[in-house]
Design a protein around this ligand. Structure first.
Ligand code: ADP
Ligand code: MG
Length: 280
């Protein structure tokens, strides 16, 4: 199997410091308000985050707290009401191939094969080696045998692996993932989390991963950002001390349990606060 540097026509990743340094996300005082006047809904309030190139950051929070909205502002699907988002110093104004997106719904093109779903992005971006690129990522997610299958012939986990390969195939500097494993059963989800970490350690891209699942955030992240609702904002941030490589048996470790407890405490006290506000 070739490595990324060979596919991207470099002699080695080390010779390409620019590749390693790509993927800084700066969210600068971003607010996102839907509607106006009495109907105004502050989905995200005055949020600032600085994410290092290559970092794996999870945004953790309950349903409706603005996680997808914040992620969509980095993707360029929504424009902040105030503040701005920069990726590698460039203001985000629209979606682009430098930001790969993986959604909870698999969102593959049903009339295209696994291979063609992955090759489409590179072709559209003018990658003259689109076939070779698609083959590399097909191999990376372990689906070479399924290259000619259509999405309907694949399990949910396989479809999501195609989604990840497709997102990476345009050589993005950041990978944005919105509850990508939320629709999978618990066993498949664990396998997918491990396989995502393998792909990430090989590809080295920045990952911004949204989830409402505390265990998922502790298993995956370097850093966990906790959001709370009404209005959606960051209420806590934890560096994850859990060493890498990660494995499922780490869930009984003292440091795993400690950081999980910290996240749960914040979420619980925020839920109580929201409950009191609703009943005030
Ligand atoms: N396109 C939209 N128009 C109006 N309100 C929206 C839109 N998208 C999200 N919202 C509202 O913004 C808030 C945050 O939603 P969302 O970002 O989807 O939360 P999460 O992903 O954390 O579940 C919710 O109150 C939701 O109803
Ligand atoms: Mg969401």
């Amino acid at each position: 199997m070739q490595n990324v540097a060979q596919v991207m026509d470099f002699n080695s990743i080390e010779e390409q410091p620019a590749l390693k340094k790509r993927g800084r996300i700066q969210i600068d005082n971003v607010s996102l308000v839907f509607g106006t006047g009495k109907q105004a809904n502050i989905a995200v309030q005055e949020t600032s985050l600085d994410i290092e190139p290559g970092e794996f950051v999870c945004i953790l929070g309950p349903s409706g707290c603005g996680k997808s909205t914040l992620l969509n502002s980095v993707a360029g699907y929504v424009t902040p009401t105030t503040g701005e988002v920069l990726v590698d110093g460039e203001p985000v104004v629209e979606p682009g191939p430098d930001r790969g997106m993986v959604f909870q719904q698999y969102s593959l093109l049903p009339w295209k094969t696994t291979f063609d779903n992955i090759a489409l992005g590179p072709s559209l971006c003018g990658d003259v080696e689109a076939t070779r690129t698609a083959e590399y990522f097909l191999d990376m997610v372990g689906l070479t045998k399924y290259r000619n299958h259509y999405p309907a012939e694949l399990s949910g986990g396989m479809q999501q692996r195609v989604g990840i390969a497709r997102a990476l195939a345009t050589n993005p500097s950041v990978l944005l993932m919105d509850e990508p494993f939320g629709a999978l059963d618990a066993q498949t989800r664990l396998v997918m989390q491990e396989s995502l970490l393998e792909v990430w350690s090989e590809f080295g891209t920045t990952v911004l991963f949204v989830t409402h699942d505390v265990d998922e955030s502790v298993f995956l992240a370097d850093r966990i950002i906790v959001m709370s609702a009404s209005p959606g904002k960051v209420v806590a941030e934890f560096d994850n001390p859990l060493p890498r490589p990660r494995s499922p048996d780490m869930s009984t470790r003292k440091d795993y349990i400690e950081i999980k407890q910290k996240c749960l405490e914040v979420i619980r006290s925020e839920s109580l606060r929201a409950f009191e506000l609703q009943n005030a």
